[in-house]
Design a binder for this molecule. Structure first.
Ligand code: ZN
Length: 213
């Protein structure tokens, strides 16, 4: 299951975005608009482009692939529904694809892992940690992107405030591919050739996770 973060229509419907949804340990907004580069390339457009590239690679390798949204023109789904889509389809593995809105001179990527939410995701903590290590290794090998200079420890962080991780019953991580607010990272994210490298890294990581490597 591939979850391209946000959606291009989220900008148009603040009422829907601000609807509160239960995320296992409290309530949060349905979703957000996401960030963008200085030139106006949105995180939503970026995540959908990367997800469709990963989808093509995985389908060519024989995988069944599900996306949480079919295009970049709609609104939502909310974060709780993004988790449900993986759960209800019994996904073998799931990844949520994002780009960060970090500090202007901070570079690099981070992998966000689920923190345990009793009654919801405790069974996925261990496999999600294995997935995070596969994503960190294969993503860096494919892209050369450095570990985040401003967040996490060696590009890893455990989070208990993300509905998409709190409510997941299938192994899942969030990948913050780079920082859209940094000029060097932004130029990379705006490059189709670099986005293909991102997709290759993600596809390799999912393959390695499912192969037990
Ligand atoms: Zn995001």
């Amino acid at each position: 299951m591939l979850d391209p973060g946000h959606n291009g229509g989220n900008f148009t419907d603040p009422t829907a975005m601000n609807q509160q949804v239960f995320v296992g340990n409290g309530y949060k907004a349905c979703d957000t608009t996401g960030t963008e580069t200085d030139s106006g390339y949105t995180e939503a457009a970026f995540t959908f482009d990367v997800a469709t590239r990963v989808e093509a690679l995985l389908k060519a390798a024989g995988a069944n692939v599900i996306l949480t949204r079919p295009n970049n023109t709609g609104v939502g789904p909310c974060v709780n529904v993004r988790a449900e889509i993986g759960n209800e389809n019994h996904a073998a593995v799931a990844i949520s694809i994002h780009a960060d809105g970090g500090p202007p001179n901070g570079r690099g990527f981070q992998v966000l892992e689920p923190g345990p939410i009793p009654g919801y995701n405790t069974a996925i903590i261990e496999p999600s940690d294995r997935l995070a290590l596969d994503v960190r290794r294969d993503y860096q090998a494919a892209t050369g992107e450095p570990f985040s200079t401003y967040y996490g420890v060696d590009a890893l962080a455990q989070r208990s405030d993300l509905g998409g991780l709190n409510l997941s019953t299938v192994p899942k991580v969030f990948l913050e591919t780079a920082n859209m607010r940094d000029a060097t990272d932004a130029a990379l994210l705006e490059s189709p050739a670099f986005r293909q490298k991102i997709a290759l890294g993600i596809a390799q990581a999912l393959n390695d996770f499912l192969a037990g490597e």
